[in-house]
Ligand binder design. Structure first.
Ligand code: NDP
Length: 249
């Protein structure tokens, strides 16, 4: 499998670039964009659970598949990944308002596929290809910067999602007015982007970089769409806000 790993990974990165271009044109039809969907759907909470759980399981499966002893750092990277995905697959869906729109089945299936591939690349890399990060890496500036970015990213992402979910529980869309929302329309996406850039720095690996690129490919176009949507739906939407990067984009 090892000899095909890197060529497949490069193919996966090329796909991220294609996905970025496509998603600039078409917003994935879930959440606020799912109204036009006519095909089969699943309840939103079930969709989130089923599509995110493979990232937990597939990553863990390949992480443990070699049976080799792992360094403290490998365990740290394992914990970072699992904390994010256990929250995303088990806690986030429970916090979604029960009245949110159902999710198109094909969106759930394509996200499941994405999470299986992404979980494989990163789990196999940390479990089989690089099971022993040297302990000196703990004090390397790339690892330290990555950890800081990852922790800031998780904090921002969870905080921003919590604000949005609270607004959604009222039954309507509203303009969020606190903290980073004053600078950008989508702090939750900004936080998620920081997380995976941080993870790529921490692990200094091509699979993690591919995931950071995929996150950018999914979330930058969607943030631009959300930003346009806010301007279309709220006449008093603040002009000074950007979509996803404070002061820039
Ligand atoms: P959104 O910001 O579109 O929505 C999050 C929740 O908040 C939804 O329940 C939504 O309702 C609600 N909501 C959003 N804006 C408002 C508002 N102005 N007023 C009231 N309620 C609002 O995020 P996504 O659903 O796209 O993503 C959820 C999480 O998944 C995020 O943390 C994101 O970072 C992550 N994600 C990661 C990806 C990756 O590639 N790494 C890809 C996609 C998502 P409704 O759904 O009904 O619109």
């Amino acid at each position: 499998m090892q000899k095909y790993f890197e060529p497949f990974l490069w193919g996966w990165i090329v796909l991220a670039v294609i996905a970025f271009v496509l998603q600039l044109k078409i917003a994935a039809p879930y959440g606020r964009y799912s109204t036009a969907h006519k095909g089969r759907s699943v309840p939103n909470r079930v969709g989130w659970l089923l599509m995110e759980l493979p990232a937990v399981l597939v990553f863990a499966w390949f992480f443990f598949s070699s049976g080799t002893e792992r360094s403290v750092l490998n365990w740290l990277f394992f914990a970072a990944w699992q904390i994010h995905y256990l929250h995303r697959s088990l806690i986030f869906p429970l916090r979604l308002a029960s009245h949110t729109k159902p999710m198109p089945l094909y969106i759930m299936l394509s996200a499941m596929g994405f999470n299986c591939i992404n979980g494989f690349f990163n789990g196999y890399n940390l479990g089989v290809l690089q099971p022993q990060y040297a302990l000196e890496w703990l004090f390397d500036i790339r690892n330290i910067a990555g950890m800081v970015l990852f922790v800031c990213g998780v904090t921002i992402n969870w905080w921003a999602d919590a604000i949005l979910l609270r607004l959604r529980a009222t039954g309507t869309y509203q303009i969020p007015e606190t903290g980073l929302f004053r600078l950008i329309s989508c702090p939750n996406y900004f936080g998620e982007l920081l997380e995976w850039i941080g993870f790529a720095l921490m692990t200094w690996s091509l699979p993690a970089l591919s995931f950071a690129l995929w996150t950018a490919a999914n979330l930058i176009p969607r943030a631009i769409k959300h930003h346009q949507w806010y301007h279309q739906h709220f006449r008093d939407y603040p002009d000074s806000r950007r979509a996803i990067l404070p002061y820039l984009l």
